[in-house]
Design a protein around this ligand. Structure first.
Ligand code: DAH
Length: 374
């Protein structure tokens, strides 16, 4: 069968000569496809005698197998070649220095939340989370803020539409609902902080509709106000990295704590610049609404108190057996104080020049051992 020899030689040559996967496929179709050369010879078998058919069929099958095997080998070679080419094309030189204009920055909010978490982690606090979309029970009722309580108005809440049962979900107005969620799912002793986004329908020089808070909660059998004070004084000193920063606990009111306090830190002005802690010279009079241009004064940084028995009860915790403290602080506020950022609204302008100036390098991860800040 000369014809078969020719077809075999032609097919093998086409396969060997195929320079691309497409050319190889064309060679496969020409030889083995339905209308291909080998299939053409196959169709002639029917006209042969039984003996002829047996011999010719075996020869045809052998050629078919040989060509198929050659195609598989060639395909392997071409695949490897395509991969090599792609690897060469997509080659990345990892030793090249980073282009400074492409270097990302960590937003001060993220950095400050990491710093806060690092300090409380050292004191044995775990990080807890809750949803941004809350319901009335977690955001208000369980926190001892009943339906007609004036604190509900003060929170300028963003509400969602009414559900069939008449209730409305809301964007959480503070991180305090995470206290409730934690107490409902975990047994005391509890020691958590809850950093996250919060929302209020308020926008001016000192308010943005979305902002960040960090909540803290400690519940145990003998936790008392002394623990609250010690813990927060330690936090303030570590966070601002000023050992002798004056800290003041001023009586206040929150529905979810009793007694309640606000924490102020002592600040002063030096050459027009706000300084955390007192200046050695030039500090003259104390002022409750922040430092005077030349003197010293107090700035409020967080709210705190002993968890109200009603809150414990709402979470199924017996207030005769357990007690504890809670606190909440605004992340933007402490970030502005620590890093001298003058305008709150710039935090969310997404201005790359601002981020370049106030942002942090990704490798500057805050740790207590390595230093919180660069
Ligand atoms: N949730 C309060 C607010 O948004 C802050 C706060 C104050 C949280 C006192 C607390 C606390 O846990 O004890 O203004």
């Amino acid at each position: 069968m000369d014809e078969l020899d020719n077809i075999r030689a032609e097919a093998l040559a086409a396969v060997a000569g195929a320079a691309t996967l497409e050319a190889l496929d064309a060679a496969r179709v020409a030889a083995l496809g339905k209308k291909g050369a080998i299939s053409g010879l196959m169709s002639r078998l029917g006209a042969m005698t039984a003996d002829e058919r047996k011999a010719a069929g075996a020869a045809l099958n052998a050629v078919k197998d040989e060509v198929a095997a050659a195609i598989a080998v060639r395909k392997g070679e071409l695949d490897a070649k395509a991969l090599d080419e792609r690897l060469a094309r997509e080659r990345v030189d990892v030793t090249l220095p980073v282009r400074p204009e492409r270097q990302g920055r960590v937003h001060p909010i993220s950095q400050v939340m990491e710093e806060i978490a690092a300090i409380f982690a050292q004191m044995g606090f775990a990080v807890a989370e809750g949803p941004d979309i809350e319901d009335d029970f977690h955001n208000f009722t369980a926190l001892n803020i009943p339906a007609e309580h004036p604190a509900r108005q003060m929170h300028d809440t963003f509400y969602f539409g009414e559900k069939p049962d008449g209730t409305r979900n809301l964007l959480r107005t503070h991180t305090s609902p995470v206290q409730i969620r934690t107490m409902l799912t975990e047994k005391p002793p509890i020691r958590i902080i809850a950093p996250g986004r919060t929302y209020r329908c308020d926008s001016d020089m000192t308010h943005t509709p979305m902002f960040h808070q960090v909540e803290g909660l400690v519940i145990d059998k003998a936790t008392h106000m002394g623990h609250l004070k010690g813990c927060l004084i330690e936090f303030v000193r570590s966070f601002f990295e000023v050992d002798d920063v004056p800290v003041r606990f001023r009586p206040s009111f929150f529905p979810f704590t009793e007694p309640s306090a606000e924490v102020d830190i002592g600040c002063s002005r030096e050459g027009g610049e706000l300084k955390i802690g007192y200046a050695r010279e030039g500090a003259q009079s104390e002022n409750d609404s922040g430092p005077t241009p030349t003197g010293k004064g107090w700035l409020e940084i967080l709210g705190c108190g002993m968890v109200h028995p009603n809150v414990l009860r709402a979470c199924g915790i017996d207030p005769h057996e357990y007690q504890g403290f809670a606190f909440g602080m605004g992340v933007e506020r402490v970030a502005m104080l620590k890093y001298g950022i003058p305008d709150l609204r710039t935090f969310f302008d997404s201005d790359l020049r601002w981020l370049e100036h106030y942002g942090f390098l990704p490798i500057d991860v805050p740790t207590l051992s390595g230093g919180l800040t660069r």
